[in-house]
Design a protein around this ligand. Structure first.
Ligand code: ADP
Ligand code: MG
Length: 439
């Protein structure tokens, strides 16, 4: 006895031992099972009068029948009229994607400004939202940081959730996938991990570049991908670069991704930037002159997140400092955002990201082990600390159990020369650089 209908038929059979067929037909003829959980059987009958009779007179018999069938206690709940819709809506909220960030509210198609640079990605996202799982699967959106990839991904989630609230949606960031996977392996809960992702209707993976490099994660991801794909469910992936440029992404994953639809997002042109500025200002209730819009659009050219940062700053100046939004204020906001916009990672971040990338322990990178992988990872991390932060050789040495500056220097030189002769090293360095370059 598996399906809901089988359970219900079983219950009716048990009931027929105590009740006449006329009683059963009268009260249960229009009654259908809605759901059975581990504790409760939910039924629906159209007429409130029937509901009252079932709930008052027969609930006990139904519970007893369920006990006879399953040897455990069940509650019985009977819905009528509109209650079914409410029940389904409630269930949808409970089944709501647990991973979707709570702040996805603002990320809809309505407030995504379309311009030349993102027309294709936007159209692809809309197409997928309207017919998930059909033509464009997976959809792979790529482009630099701050250009609206996450926005589009969550807009798809929004749209599908609104149209079909019963659909289950999972949103995961590439690095969280890895962390969750490792935790499940450690805790022996791989079955749950698999079940969680493989049954979803819509699988959203943000910043997949963070899983490249980790063999086990890729194997699991590949299996998850196939299960969802073969079930005909939609997958949408974002990345800061196309699959082929992810050095350590397995070939079979690259071809899977390329088998779908690839859509890139470019930095917005000046008109789109101005439209975005106006839109963001309007959303925040900020009145802004044309001159200011133009100044911002000309000063910040390659990152929408920074455009938004300027507007947020201006709003804060206005609210907190009671400042007028004059050109001085605008200039100050631009300068502020630009300064903070050039994010510099810490040495710790570089070391931990390099370790993660090579699937080795941080203490091994920092230690003296001579395994080939460990040595390469150590040298790359030293090279990157020097390149990205400009730390002195001696200070770099102090992160690695006080290695002397000559050792550090020769490591850096080694990588400098490998970058020119070894394509894998070159792209590994590029990958790690990109992974540590956003906050
Ligand atoms: P990415 O994931 O590519 O790094 P995000 O999607 O996080 O970028 O976008 C950064 C910010 O810029 C978000 O707040 C987003 O709403 C906004 N944004 C990006 N592109 C657009 C656009 N075309 N229209 C409106 N807002 C945008
Ligand atoms: Mg993003």
């Amino acid at each position: 006895m598996n399906s809901l209908n089988d359970v219900w038929q079983g219950v009716l059979d048990v009931l027929s031992k105590d009740l006449t067929q006329t009683t059963i037909t009268t009260w249960f003829g229009g009654c259908t099972p809605v759901e059975i959980t581990d504790r409760c059987l939910v039924l629906y009958t159209e007429k409130p009068f029937h509901r009252n009779i079932i709930a008052q007179r027969f609930a006990k018999n139904i519970s007893a029948a369920l006990y006879e069938l399953f040897s455990c206690e069940f509650e019985v709940r009977v819905l009528t009229g509109d209650e079914l819709d409410d029940y389904n809506a409630e269930k949808a909220v409970q089944n709501a994607p647990e991973n979707v960030p709570p702040d996805m509210v603002g990320y809809t198609f309505d407030n995504f400004i379309v311009g030349k640079s993102n027309t294709f990605a936007h159209a692809a996202a809309i197409a997928v939202s309207k017919k998930p799982g059909s033509t464009y699967n997976p959809l792979f959106i790529y482009g630099n940081s701050g250009l609206g990839k996450t926005h589009l991904l969550l807009a798809i989630a929004h749209y599908i959730h609104e149209q079909s609230p019963e659909k289950s949606i999972a949103y995961v960031k590439g690095d969280d996938f890895t962390v969750q996977l490792v935790t499940s392996i450690r805790e022996g809960s791989m079955d749950e991990f698999r079940a969680k992702y493989r049954k979803v209707d819509l699988f959203l993976v943000d910043d997949i570049q963070f899983i490249s490099g980790k063999v086990q994660t890729q194997v699991e991801f590949f299996n998850t991908f196939n299960a969802i794909y073969e079930a005909g469910h939609q997958i949408v992936i974002t990345s800061d670069r196309p699959p082929r440029e992810m050095a350590t992404l397995e070939d079979r994953l690259v071809s899977r991704f390329e088998g779908g639809l690839m859509a890139d997002i470019q930095p917005p042109d000046i008109d789109t930037r101005m439209a975005i500025i106006r839109n963001k200002a309007a959303l925040l209730g900020l009145v802004i002159s044309d001159e200011a819009v133009e100044l911002i659009a000309k000063s910040i050219t390659s990152n929408v997140r920074q455009l938004e940062g300027v507007i947020k700053k201006l709003t804060a100046y206005k609210e907190i400092l009671n400042d007028d939004t004059n050109i001085d204020a605008v200039q100050r906001a631009i300068a502020d955002v630009k300064k903070n916009g050039t994010y510099v990672p810490t040495p710790e971040r570089i070391i931990s990201e390099t370790a993660r990338y090579y699937s080795i322990k941080e203490e091994d990178i920092r230690g003296h082990g001579r395994a080939k992988n460990t040595v390469t990872a150590r040298q790359i991390s030293m090279y990157l600390i020097r390149q990205l932060i400009g730390t002195t050789l001696q200070d770099i040495g102090s992160y690695y159990g006080d290695k002397n500056h000559a050792t550090v220097l020769s490591s850096i030189r080694k990588i400098e020369s490998l970058i020119n002769s070894d394509a894998t090293i070159a792209s590994t360095v590029r990958d790690i650089t990109s992974n540590v370059s956003t906050e």
